[in-house]
Ligand binder design. Sequence first.
Ligand code: FES
Ligand code: FES
Length: 182
Amino acid sequence: MGTRRITVTVNGERYEREVEPRRLLVYFLREDLGLTGTHVGCDTTSCGACTVVMDGRAVKSCTVFAVQADGSEILTVEGLARDGELHPLQKGFWDQHGLQCGYCTPGMLMSAYALLQRNPNPTEAEIRLAISGNLCRCTGYQNIVKAIQQAAAELRGEVPAAAPAAEGVAAAAEPNTRGGSD
Ligand code: FES
Ligand code: FES
């Protein structure tokens, strides 16, 4: 099968790569670029673990061909933290215990990020709608909603920024780092 040259900007960095037309964006990110924070849960558009933000919109990257991302700007979970500081959403998940196994967390974060970009003051119903394409088998969603509400308030300047430890950057991006049984 022939290949196509694509150029994408991921987390502010420009990449040019040859890809097969059938290459899914999620595997391009994980295997070609080594950005394994984006998870694969189902590969069939069901779970949302693979969600990234592409040109400002949350997309399931198992449902996008890499060639369709040609020329686009993509944000993955690795791009949320800046200068060792957690993004307010990551702080929110940390503070509110919005994760247990963490497998859904990168996708949840990216869906929430896209929501807060277009709607800085969402209602609880709007938050629940925004994450309705992201499945979580652990938390029951309540703490995820609280985490997003905390982040939204912080981004609006309504609460002081929390300051979890720097290693929380990895904890909020990777699974199995804050496992719990509650
Ligand atoms: S891996 Fe993409 S929706 Fe589940
Ligand atoms: S699937 Fe959401 S925390 Fe485990």
